[in-house]
Design a protein around this ligand. Structure first.
Ligand SMILES: Nc1ncnc2c1ncn2[C@@H]1O[C@H](COP(=O)(O)OP(=O)(O)O)[C@@H](O)[C@H]1O
Ligand SMILES: [Mg+2]
Length: 321
């Protein structure tokens, strides 16, 4: 069964005095129950918009979406009962202690006192905040606040959890700690998780499947390992200037070359060439390109990563920084 399903979702934001912004341009996707799905895309891609629709905070302009089987527009209340969500922008009242923040949230969901106390205890342990739970949240570090947000999202015991940029702005150590908690969540609770991130490494490590979204469109989906494998055993990156068509012609059907994509940079072109064996093919590829008028500036060989997949599909480089 699918925990999340969307069909041709379109979202247009009305903007006073100008054309509406098309934040989603027909997104169709499905996330299976128990799956961790990472939506990967640069700023402005439409990730927060998609999560906002799935959590019933925004209505789509066109298209349909269902969460846990319920329609996000016509069955809003039922959808809300199934989900937990943590937002990109953290909104925590600093005057409250961590425990008060969680307790207040539990009341909002109509949980009785005993249920609240039990869950708060368990969740505080899960996100390792038990020792600071009675401190005001103003004293919390960025990582602690994110973890409190995670606990808050989980408090209603959701079937589906949405995490919008759960590690944004955190240092690597804090990011790793959030990852650990997310992995534990899935192992211990088996819930469905849709997270957005612009960190490649995070998506590759955490997700069963990733979807790459850019300019409001889902460009490709798949298991990180499958997407990476499809890039070839090694990737030769070649930058330079000259006639693109001539390079493509000489590489087409060259032995060991599985595919070739290119993107126009500032004053140069960057080719990504998937090959069966980088060491062996490097000299052949350079030799072939040298038979054209193309001037090579830089060549490198590496094992493909999700960053290469992203570059191949979007033409953009995202860095884990
Ligand atoms: N309230 C809004 N009004 C107008 N445009 C918006 C609004 N919210 C987002 N957008 C635009 O919609 C696009 C997608 O934004 P968003 O969903 O926040 O992307 P992401 O979360 O991937 O960074 C961007 O071009 C953004 O500027
Ligand atoms: Mg966003």
């Amino acid at each position: 069964m699918n925990a999340i399903e969307t069909q041709a979702l379109v979202k247009e934001y009305a903007v006073k005095g100008s054309e509406p912004v098309r934040a989603l341009r027909g997104v169709s996707m499905a996330v299976k129950s128990g799956e961790i799905y990472a939506l990967l895309g640069p700023n402005g891609a439409g990730k927060t918009t998609l999560i906002s629709i799935l959590t019933t905070l925004l209505t789509p302009t066109h298209g349909q979406a269902r969460v846990a089987g319920f329609d996000v527009v016509t069955e809003t209340a039922a959808v809300r009962r199934q989900l937990g969500v943590t937002f990109q922008e953290i909104v925590i009242d600093g005057d409250l202690t961590g425990r008060q923040v969680l307790d207040f949230h539990g009341r909002l969901y109509g949980l009785d006192g005993r249920t609240r106390a039990g869950r708060i205890q368990a969740l505080a342990e899960l996100v390792e905040l038990q020792d600071v739970l009675d401190r005001k949240t103003t004293t919390y570090s960025g990582g602690m606040k994110r973890r409190l947000e995670l606990a808050r999202g989980l408090l209603p015991a959701p079937k589906v959890l949405f995490l919008d940029e759960p590690t944004q702005g955190l240092d690597p150590q804090n990011r790793a700690s959030i990852w650990r908690h997310i992995c534990r969540l899935r192992a211990e609770q088996g819930l469905t998780l849709l997270l957005t991130t612009h960190y490649m490494e995070e998506a590759a490590a955490l997700a069963d499947r990733v979807g790459i979204i850019d300019h409001g469109q889902l460009l490709v989906e798949g298991a990180p390992s499958a997407l990476i494998e499809a890039m070839g055993a090694d990737v030769i990156t070649l930058t330079g200037s000259g006639e693109v068509a001539a390079v493509l012609r000489c590489l087409e059907g060259a032995p060991g070359v599985s595919h070739c994509t290119h993107h126009q940079g500032e004053g140069n072109v960057r080719f990504q060439i998937g090959v069966d064996n980088g060491e062996r093919r490097l000299a052949e590829v350079i030799g072939a390109v040298l038979t054209t008028e193309f001037r090579i500036q830089e060549v490198s060989v590496h094992r493909p990563t999700l960053a290469d997949v992203f570059l191949a599909y979007t033409g953009e480089q995202l860095r884990d920084d």
